[in-house]
Design a protein around this ligand. Structure first.
Ligand code: ADP
Ligand code: ZN
Length: 430
């Protein structure tokens, strides 16, 4: 089933022609309406008329999150303030946030792309979506909300946290779909186990959409097993509408990125050079149909690769591999590059391990991995704990080539955030 079959299955050649037309239009508007881009484009000597093929996008300058911050609050706005219908911001851990503006048409387009995603996974009118993402300045909940309403789903704007209330809503209104961060989905699964709820018997859940933070295939499987449902990977970022940028179809093998709305490139993050399909690098996106705030070659810092093979669902928009991490998440420990996701993969694949973990770096280069045990996972036998601990230490060492200190802690012992999970605390004295 498709939301917009013609758009979703457009032949590659027609898609490329549409992209080129939209790219020229976007660059033209950037030059005309955004002083920041006007100056940059003038410096590089590129204009709408000099873009002959899609590869010419590489002649355009990159836009970085630092550019967004430097132009805060409205230096990148391309339309009259009176035509803006919504503001979102992106958290921004340091200093100023990034401000993102949307016109009425932009909101409508974002909702439409979200609707494609939902229908692609089999969501239908009659489904009840419990939206467990944060409502507010963060795009995560609202963009999903608008898309779901467009499809004709019933939406429960639950927001995150308060698991008791989540459960009540879920039982009383027979929620069939949930939208959550993977960390909250896991946490909630643990909560259900503690309450003795069997999702299969007691709930009507069918599917979960998880995104907004990096997570591994092992985490997906763990959520699927704990809740007895299908879990779909949802990728997005506030700079590009929020959720609905790339999403898994029923094949659950990579996320279709809506290429009629975003022009995608994969580059080597160190050199900025383009990488071919199949090779892993940083995702760079150019908006192709945005009014209020077009962005050229935005460096997402997310590490992924394009899956070049066509998908069996018939959609022609290329798929992205699961995000391997953010380029700035990479840890260097005793000279070795380590992504937190490598650690998560090992932990989540191990029976007896619960849903939460925390990586702490201390001293000169000591890594401590604290990990919660599964609910009811401790049978009182200390030797079982010792075995699990040495198993995890050994598997982690094999995966990341650094030997961490593993600490097993009771379920619920680690700090838990309702928003995005914080996985790493760096207290090194370097
Ligand atoms: P912030 O940059 O403040 O975290 P956003 O809410 O815009 O604000 O977060 C977008 C980022 O979240 C993406 O750039 C990516 O790093 C991460 N993200 C979103 N969805 C996924 C996903 N499905 N898998 C991995 N990472 C994701
Ligand atoms: Zn597909």
């Amino acid at each position: 089933m498709f939301w917009d079959q013609a758009a979703e299955t457009r032949e590659r050649a027609a898609l490329a022609a549409l992209q080129l037309g939209r790219l020229r239009e976007t660059v033209g508007r950037c030059a005309e309406c955004v002083p920041f881009y006007r100056q940059q484009l003038a410096e590089t000597g590129v204009g709408a008329e000099t873009l002959r093929t899609l590869d010419d996008v590489r002649r355009l300058p990159f836009t970085t999150s630092a550019d967004l911050r430097a132009n805060y609050p409205d230096g990148l706005l391309a339309i009259d303030r009176r035509r803006v219908s919504r503001l979102h911001t992106s958290s921004g851990t340091t200093g100023k946030p990034k401000a993102l503006f949307f016109s009425k048409a932009d909101i409508d387009t974002a909702a439409d792309l979200m609707a494609r995603c939902l229908v692609m996974t089999g969501a239908r009118p009659g489904d009840v979506l419990q939206n467990m993402m944060t409502y507010g300045l963060f795009t995560g909940a609202l963009m999903m909300h608008y898309g779901a309403e467009k499809v004709g789903l019933m939406v429960i704007p639950a927001g995150p946290g308060n698991s008791e209330r989540q459960l009540l809503l879920m039982q009383d209104f027979r929620s069939t779909l949930i939208h959550a961060t993977p960390s909250y989905a896991l946490y909630f699964a643990g909560f259900l186990a503690k309450r003795g709820i069997d999702p299969h018997r007691d709930l009507a859940l069918r599917k979960a959409y998880v995104g907004a933070e990096p997570h591994t295939e092992e985490t997906r499987r763990k959520i699927e097993a704990a809740l007895g449902i299908d879990v779909y990977n949802s990728y997005g970022l506030s700079e590009m509408n929020g959720p609905g940028v790339a999403f898994e179809c029923e094949a659950k093998a990579g996320m279709h990125l809506w290429e009629d709305n975003f022009l995608l490139e994969i580059i080597d993050p160190a050199t900025g050079k383009p990488l071919p399909d199949g090779e892993r690098g940083e995702l760079v996106l150019t908006t192709l149909a945005r009014e209020a705030m077009p962005l050229l070659r935005y460096r997402t810092r997310d590490i992924t690769a394009v899956i070049p093979e066509p998908c069996r669902c018939g959609r022609t928009h290329r798929r992205l591999e699961r995000i391997a991490g953010r380029s700035d998440d990479m840890l260097i420990i005793r000279g070795v590059n380590v992504y937190p996701q490598q650690i998560e993969r090992v932990l989540m694949a191990c029976p007896g391990v619960g849903h939460n973990y925390l990586i702490t770096l201390e001293g000169l280069d000591e890594m401590i991995v604290q990990v919660e045990l599964a609910e009811g996972g401790f049978d009182g036998q200390v030797e079982h704990l010792v075995r699990l601990q040495s198993q995890l230490t050994e598997r982690l060492r094999a995966e990341i080539l650094v030997k961490p200190k593993v600490e097993l802690v009771p379920p619920g012992a680690l700090p838990f955030s309702e928003g995005k999970a914080k996985r790493v605390v760096d207290r090194r004295v370097l």
